[in-house]
Ligand binder design. Structure first.
Ligand SMILES: [Fe+2]
Length: 390
């Protein structure tokens, strides 16, 4: 198998942006948080080096792990690095807010903030950021909640249960036991159909085989189906094709399947599209192709469409989808960031949406990517959809 490294994903101007972003983060952190305070020189040097290492997290992961999105490093290193960067970002945001207040006091009240005041505020900001980071990292490790929806329509199959998971991001930080517990949680729901809307894995199969192989335990009456997310393409999607077959997971990227019961009665039309990143980072893989995805669609059947990105929802509706299932946003994860994630994803970030009377469920993600391993108030989910026809 060819190893997929970030040399394939980040190149030329993108590599420069990576280093510029790190340099900006370090410069801002130093100027806002450290430059103006008077503390022991050794402590200041240690903090400066710490800020430098944290700010250059991504270039360092690239150098030592060969890949930013799925570094070949122990899971605790990747999660630790992402938590440290989040913590620094929180301290920096609080530091910027503090500077605005200091400026206000200076102009409005002619009050110059003392050094001890600055040090005290920085310590409190750091304490707050560490607590928030610990809570967020702890939440990210919690098992997913089961979220139930019931939809009724005369053309739906009756008492038909779909279990929808997404963004499991199985990587070096994911233990086989975690996936075994997830498989049990899903099987205990007695699904008729299990669907996964992508970002199943991060990295090469050889590095994460024990945890990925646990997916073979998934059991559903009509099978397990999935589409690729952007992270499959970052992980050389084609190299995974044989693996999915061995795990009894059928990929329906730009294709479909008609679910049929034992008597031959057709129950629903399940279609899937690939991720738009396919062509950019993993040619000759193809981006979403709605014509191929809906080929042979019988309009008397309900259509369930799998799309990793919620932004595709209006296109899925145009293609005929009654219910679109999606992921990618991880629910937004952090207040403030959630609004930005929504902005970048067509306004969609978490939960239930409608467009022209058609439905979309946007799952918060069933686990989480190690590269941003924080959840403040958007818990991981297993979505359970019960279809009824009366
Ligand atoms: Fe994801």
């Amino acid at each position: 198998m060819d190893e997929k490294t970030d040399a394939n994903l980040f190149y030329g101007s993108q590599m420069i942006v990576l280093y510029i972003f790190a340099l900006i983060q370090f410069s801002l952190s130093y100027i806002i948080l450290l430059r103006q305070i008077k503390i022991n020189r050794t402590v200041k040097i240690i903090l400066t080096l710490l800020f430098l290492i944290i700010s250059f997290k991504n270039p360092l992961l690239l150098i030592f792990g060969g890949n930013i999105l799925a570094p070949q490093l122990p899971g605790w290193v990747v999660v630790g690095a992402s938590s440290a960067q989040f913590c620094l970002m929180v301290v920096l945001c609080l530091g910027i807010l503090s500077e605005i207040f200091y400026l206000f006091f200076k102009i409005a009240c002619k009050y110059r903030v003392s050094n001890s005041h600055r040090v005290c505020v920085l310590c409190l900001d750091t304490l707050f950021a560490v607590v928030i980071t610990c809570i967020g990292t702890y939440n990210a490790g919690l098992p997913p909640e089961n979220i139930f929806y019931t939809f009724t329509d005369p053309k739906y199959p009756d008492n038909f249960r779909i279990v929808h998971i997404t963004d499991t991001h199985i990587g070096t930080n994911t233990s086989p036991e975690r996936i075994r517990n997830l498989v049990k949680q899903i099987n205990d729901l007695h699904p008729d159909l299990i669907v996964h809307t992508g970002d199943i894995i991060d990295g090469r199969y050889e590095a994460i085989a024990p945890q990925v192989d646990e997916l073979r335990g998934l059991k559903a009456r009509y099978g397990v189906y999935a589409v690729n997310g952007n992270h499959e393409y970052y992980s050389d999607a084609a190299s995974w094709n044989d693996v999915w077959g061995k795990l009894n997971i059928r990929m329906i990227n730009n294709s479909n399947v008609t679910i049929t019961d034992d008597s031959g009665k057709r129950l629903l039309f399940l279609a899937g599209i690939s991720d738009p990143q396919a062509l950019r980072v993993n040619p000759p893989e193809q981006g979403p192709d709605y014509v191929a995805a809906t080929e042979g669609f019988d309009r008397s059947l309900p259509m369930v469409m799998l799309s990793h990105r919620p932004k595709e929802f209006p296109n899925c509706v145009t293609a005929g989808a009654d219910i679109t299932l999606s992921g990618h946003t991880h629910g937004g994860m952090v207040p403030g960031l959630k609004q930005l994630v929504a902005l970048l994803n067509g306004g969609y970030v978490s939960g239930y949406y409608e467009h022209q009377g058609k439905k979309m469920i946007l799952n918060n993600g069933t686990i989480l990517w190690a590269g941003f391993y924080i959840r403040i108030n958007d818990p991981a989910q297993v979505v359970v959809i019960d279809l009824k026809n009366r």
